[in-house]
Ligand binder design. Structure first.
Ligand code: 1HN
Length: 353
């Protein structure tokens, strides 16, 4: 316990703070505990978006504004602890993007990196640097920094996907640049599947070498492949904290697909209950299959297919699966690891941090 400070001394200090305030100075000793807390004190909160609740609102945007007028027709998922910041976590952005049949979301590029997770509807494509990929439910697609990208819907149904970007991180560094394309849709210069064949088939072109921080040229991780791999892995030993959990990689380097965002997929068998776990990377989860519960700190979030929920830094997570469940997730973990900030803790059943 600190000793009581007499009112006279406190008054003297307040007067002093007013003086130095005019020089844009402030005393460290008044804020030190908040600047260097004993453990993380996130501004963001746990939160769940139930797709069944928000889907109709996403569809309504399709009647109110065109993809062309909007440039990107997206409802941003804002963390309640950071409203007005377009942030789902302190470093990351999430949104639900809708594209209607026949529409094009015009080509552009920016320094912010993007990932997409296809949730609802069929018939859309994303084009990245001259190649289109058909978007199928569960597909994880990336748009690395400064790559040209546009989307289109050649089908008959509205298509919705989750966008994840490092927008708050780019804003923090004041490094946001963007450029509109000259044409609405970029020219197609390579057949669909070219990048996968060249860079994602246990081979790379003979003279191809990448820095560890370079993004992968494999810009789609098809859910059909991911799911089938998970099913096979799930015949083996399970991790008590994660179930069967894999991280997506740049196959040429083993690092994350893009340097600023890590992406993960995990299968939880029916009835599985994970041991409590925490890590410093605030994480956005999406339920692709199944249903269950996430105990995030002391909040119980009940999720179903296409629901999105957020785990803040250093909150304990316990997952429970009703049916067999597949969860996709993304976070800024690669950034934290590169700069030596990342920590994790595997807790035992009785330890609720
Ligand atoms: C963007 O380019 C896309 O390309 C989606 O689909 C969301 C949010 C902010 C800035 C750029 C896209 C975005 C975005």
């Amino acid at each position: 316990m600190k000793a009581e400070v007499p009112e006279m001394v406190r008054a003297e200090r307040r007067q002093y703070y007013d003086q130095i305030n005019r020089f844009s100075m402030t005393p460290l000793w008044e804020v030190l505990g908040r600047l260097v807390p004993r453990q993380p004190t996130p501004a963001i909160t746990p939160v769940l978006w139930k797709y069944a609740d928000v889907r109709e609102h996403v569809m309504q945007a399709g009647r109110l504004i065109s993809a062309e007028e909007a440039e990107r027709r997206v409802l941003i998922l804002e963390n309640p602890g950071l409203r007005g910041n377009s942030s789902v976590t302190q470093t990351l952005y999430a949104g639900l993007q809708l594209i209607m049949p026949g529409e094009v979301a015009p080509a552009h590029r920016h320094t912010q990196s993007a990932l997409r997770l296809v949730l609802d509807g069929e018939g859309a494509y994303t084009a990245v640097d001259g190649e289109r990929t058909t978007m199928r439910r569960g597909d994880f697609i990336i748009t690395p920094a400064w790559t040209w990208h546009d989307h289109g819907n050649l089908g008959q149904e509205p298509v919705v996907w989750l966008d994840g970007l490092d927008i708050p991180l780019a804003r923090f560094f004041d490094t946001g640049f963007a450029e509109p394309g000259v044409a609405h849709s970029q020219g197609v210069t390579r057949p669909e599947g070219d990048a996968m064949a060249r860079y994602g088939s246990n081979m790379v072109p003979v003279d191809f070498h990448q820095q560890a921080s370079a993004p992968t040229k494999v810009f789609v991780y098809p859910f059909a492949q991911t799911r089938s791999a998970l099913k096979t892995i799930a015949l083996g030993d399970i991790d008590a904290h994660h179930g069967y959990k894999q991280r997506f990689v740049n196959p040429a380097t083993g690092a994350s697909p893009m340097p600023t965002m890590g992406a993960f997929i995990q299968l939880l068998p029916a009835g599985f209950e994970s041991l409590p776990y925490r890590s410093t990377d605030a994480t956005v989860y999406v339920c692709l299959e199944g249903e269950g519960e996430a105990l995030v700190g002391d909040q119980l979030l009940k999720f179903q297919e296409n629901d999105v929920f957020v785990l803040p830094s250093w909150y304990t997570l316990q997952l429970r699966a009703g049916r067999e469940t597949i969860l996709f997730s993304y976070s800024d973990r690669p950034v934290q690891q590169a700069i030596g900030f990342w920590r994790e803790e595997r807790l035992q059943a009785h330890q609720q941090a």
